[in-house]
Every structure is written in C-alpha cells, then in structure tokens.
Ligand binder design. Structure first.
Ligand SMILES: [Fe+2]
Ligand SMILES: [Fe+2]
Length: 543
C-alpha cells in the first residue's frame, strides 16, 4: 500500500496517523488522532523531534481547540516530550491529559497546566458522546503503568509500545504481511521483561474484537487474520534479552544477520550468477565475521567448479579438490560443498547462521550446476563437430561462436583477455622442398606443441593454412607474451624430421578494443611486424 507520509493517513474511519516519518530511522514513532468533533483525541503526542510535523498534520485535520483529550500511554520521551510545547500552542479550553495514575506521578514533573483524567478512576473508560474509548492496563509492557486504548467503534487498538517493531531496511506504515512480526520480535525480546507479563496482556487483548493494531513504533497491523497472528506470536518470543551483556550489540547483530539473509534470499530468486552473489555476500559477511574466504565447490561430471575469493569468485575448473583449514566451517549438500574460511574460531550461534547462508547457496548452486552441465555438454558436442581434422584444433568457422561470449564477459567484468596469432615461417618453401605430406606433419606437430602449452580454458584455432589463433581468457598481455615465447621456443627446438621450423607470433589484448574482430586484427598486425622484422619472434601490438 503506497501512502503519502507527508499528509495525515486515515487508518480507520475518522482515525488518522499524524506521525512524523524519519528517514532511515529503524524506530519510527507514531502519533494518532481520532477526529471526533469538539472532542477529538490525540494519542501519544510524541517527542520534540516529531512535534512540528505532527502539529502540521493535526492542524490540517481539526481546529486545535477541538483537541479535548491527549492520551499518554506511558511517560517515555518519544511519547510525551512535546507536552510542554503542545500546551503552549493549544488554545485555552477544557482539556485533559488521559493516563494512568502511575504515569501521572511522572508526567507531573513537566509542570503542566493541563489537568489529568486518570483512567483508573473512571473505570478505564472515556466517554466521547456516541463512542466510548476503553483502556486496558498492560503492566510492564514495558512500563509498570502502561495502558493501551481500544476504540470499539473502529475496532482499532492503539497499542503503545506493544506490537512496535524495529524495522531495518524498507519500512512501510502498514505491515505488508506477517514478516513484520519478526521486527516485533526483535524489539519485544529486548524490551519486554518476561512471558508472565505478556500472558496477562495477551489474555486481555484476545477478548477484544480487533481489526487494526496501531502501535507507537513500527508498522500498523491491519486485518483480522494478521492481527490474530501478531497477538498469538507474542506468546512465542524469547523475552528477557535485557539480561544479556550488551543488548544493543546483540540486537544489532541480529538485525545485520537477518538483513543479509533476506538480501541473499532475494538474490537467489533472481537469475544472477553465483559469482556475482558470492562477491556481494563476501563483502557483507566480512563486515561482521573474521572471514578470509568463501569457497563453493560444485561437482559436475569429472571436474569440480571452484569459486573462491582468490580468483575473484569466477569459477575455476579443477580435478580434485579438498576443503580443509583451521577454523574452516564446511557444509555439504549432495555434490556441492561450501566452506567458510575464518581467521578465528566462531561460536556455535555463528555456525548456525553460516549454515543458513550455506543453505541459500546450495539452492543457488543447484541452479548454477544445472547451467554448467548444460554448457559443458554443449561444449563437448562442439569439440567433436568443430575440430579441424588435420590438426585437431578448432575450425575457424566456429571461432566467433566459441569466443564471442567469453570476450564480452571479459569486457563486462573487466578481466584480461589476450590472443596470439601464430604463423609458421617459410611454410611455402618447406612444402615445396619436402612435399605436402611433410607439410602436414609440420602443421600437426606445431598444433600439438601449441595445445601442449595451453590451459584447458584456452582455445586454439586453425585460422588459415599455416596460421593459428590462440585465445587466452583471463590472461593479461604480460602472461600472453610468456605463453607465446614458450610456444615459439618449443617449436624452434622441436626439429621436425631434423628440419628447423620456426613461427612468428603477434600478441594483443582486449584493452581499448570494442570487438573480438578488432582484437584479432591487432594480433594480425603484430604478426605482420614480426614477419617483417626477421621472423621467429614474438611481437606485441602497438599503435
Ligand atoms: Fe516506551
Ligand atoms: Fe515508545
């Protein structure tokens, strides 16, 4: 439900939210107004921070003189600190502050002029012409004399701090669904002292015919079903967290963790690569854990895909893989393993949290695994169909198809990508001198040497008669030159049938090129230079 928070929001008939929304505050404070002619009621007027905005909204709805009652559920500053200011702006008129005697004992210290209407002296009721507000004492929720207000006419419960929530992330005035109860939990477990106290309140609330709960914090709970769920949920919280050494720390940690989990769940439902999700997760987790690395290993066929921080969370294929280490927490699910490498030992509670993270990753990994196996199968078929018969290298016709995607990925994710253009020196003379059969042998041997010097992820293509193109993903220019030089040297030393065969190699990388075609052209230009400057050498492309 999209609502305009700059204006009063009608939450029930003639009942309005007149609060002041504070951006990115996890503890939103709300004030409500029952517009009831000359007997209008302001509920929990608010603090000095919210006062100005609340006053603006109230003025928009009623004449200030019509505010006859100001209900104060308890005496916390977020509820009542604006009272002296409010007193100054309200026109002189018969008016009461409605509260419980215990709260009165404290509020009187504001030295207010406005008289009090003590609910305990009036049978916990306040008559407003055709409607009658009821008050319920809810002791120690969280203040000793805490009360809440029920309006049978609209079936709204103004619940004070009860059902309030600390909401991190996206806040909405109306609770979207029962997920809001989690925010109620975090707040209540710390603020409400024990279950005995809650039992009393729950019993009283269950007697009411409720449609809306309007708390002083968090979101408004609307709808019978959600209201009932929220009331019952109170019974299952783990109260009394105020005894923990540092409550705020505990709470903060809980919030951080639950926001990481919800972020992950959200990402898991989108079609985002595991590598991307891992990067995000790593940065989030390392802000709350002594995390050194996350390693996800997915087995597909015979190889294992390993994602780790070391290789930027891009998948790396390995044959055997062991996940071991001191303070390493490993989770296994089928063929997938997830390891969290930590610099120190973590608690059982931390491990439980990591297990929840791992479970989400298992889900994401299963999807990825399926994609990988599909890709692998496709690759395998291409391996067979797309090979050059003589050399066993790829055929040029399929070059674009084979590398285009990898090339664009390299541009998108900013990793290095190099190519080598290799040409056998004086091949025509060799052919003429030793015959075509020998020429074929030279081609096969050179292709074999090239392949032997490449990694599994590199791609070698027979580009022309005696020309070869080698594609080196994740390889910068410096590494590419090392590979080129190794190939050049190995061929020179091979002495095919006692004949010295040499190659010239042009090298280029993907910096400042827009397309794969441009990249090949650059390597070609470098090769041309290598030929012209005496052959049997490696030349890097330059403008
Ligand atoms: Fe409070
Ligand atoms: Fe409060």
């Amino acid at each position: 439900m999209e609502v305009d928070l700059s204006k009063p929001v009608e939450i029930a008939e003639e009942t309005f939210w007149v609060g002041h929304y504070i951006e990115s505050d996890i503890f939103q404070c709300h004030t409500y107004l029952i517009r009831n002619g000359k007997e209008s009621v302001l509920i929990d007027p608010g603090s000095l921070i919210t006062f100005k905005e609340t006053l603006r909204k109230v003025k928009y709805l009623v004449n200030l003189e019509d505010i006859k009652y100001i209900v104060c559920h308890h005496q916390d500053p977020d509820v009542v600190a604006c009272l002296p200011e409010l007193e100054k702006v309200l026109p002189e008129k018969e008016r009461y502050i409605v509260t419980h005697w215990r709260t009165y004992f404290l509020l009187k210290h504001y030295n207010l002029l406005t008289p009090f209407y003590l609910v305990d002296q009036h049978g916990f009721k306040l008559s407003l012409g055709d409607r009658e507000l009821q008050f319920i004492l809810t002791p120690y929720m969280h203040y000793a004399g805490n009360i809440v207000t029920y309006d049978p006419k609209t079936k709204v419960l103004f619940s004070s701090d009860i059902f309030g929530g600390w909401v991190e992330g996206e806040w909405s005035l109306f609770a979207k669904d029962e997920s809001y109860i989690e925010s109620v939990r975090s707040f209540h477990e710390i603020y409400m002292p024990c279950k005995e106290v809650v039992l009393h309140t729950v019993e009283r609330l269950k007697e009411l015919d409720l449609e809306i709960i309007a708390p002083q914090h968090g979101s408004i709970i609307k709808g019978k079903e959600l209201v009932e769920k929220a009331i019952s949920a109170l019974l299952y919280f783990d109260y009394g967290k105020m005894f923990e050494a540092d409550v705020l720390e505990v709470f903060k940690r809980k919030l951080q963790r639950s926001s990481i989990l919800s972020l992950l769940k959200e990402l898991a439902l989108k079609e985002i690569f595991l590598s991307e999700i891992l990067k995000v997760t790593f940065s989030h987790l390392s802000s709350i854990f002594p995390l050194e690395d996350i390693v996800v290993a997915i087995s597909a066929d015979e190889s294992v895909y390993v994602f780790s921080k070391e290789n930027g969370f891009f998948p790396k294929t390995v044959r055997n893989f062991n996940l071991e280490g001191e303070n390493c927490v490993v989770f296994v699910n089928g063929k997938t393993k997830i390891a969290f490498f930590l610099s120190e030992k973590v608690s059982k509670e931390d491990e439980e949290f990591l297990r929840e993270v791992a479970n989400i990753f298992f889900f994401i990994a299963r999807r990825e695994e399926w994609l990988i196996s599909l890709k692998e199968r496709e690759k395998y078929l291409r391996f067979r169909a797309y090979r050059d018969v003589l050399t066993g290298l790829y055929r040029r016709e399929f070059l674009e198809e084979l590398v285009q995607q990898e090339f664009y990925r390299s541009k998108r994710y900013g990793y290095h990508f190099s190519v080598l253009m290799i040409d056998i020196d004086n091949f025509k003379q060799i052919n003429d001198k030793y015959g075509h059969l020998f020429g074929d042998k030279v081609l096969r041997t050179v292709a074999g040497i090239i392949r032997k010097n490449l990694r599994k992820s590199d791609i070698a293509v027979r580009y022309g008669g005696e020309e070869f193109l080698v594609v080196l993903p994740h390889t910068d220019l410096r590494r590419a030159v090392v590979v080129a030089e190794r190939i050049r040297k190995a061929i020179e030393e091979a002495r095919i049938g006692k004949v010295k065969v040499t190659v010239s190699i042009g090298v280029a990388d993907n910096s400042l090129v827009e397309s794969f075609k441009d990249l090949v052209q650059r390597a070609d230009a470098a090769l041309y230079k290598a030929k012209r400057s005496g052959k049997n050498r490696v030349v890097i492309y330059s403008e």
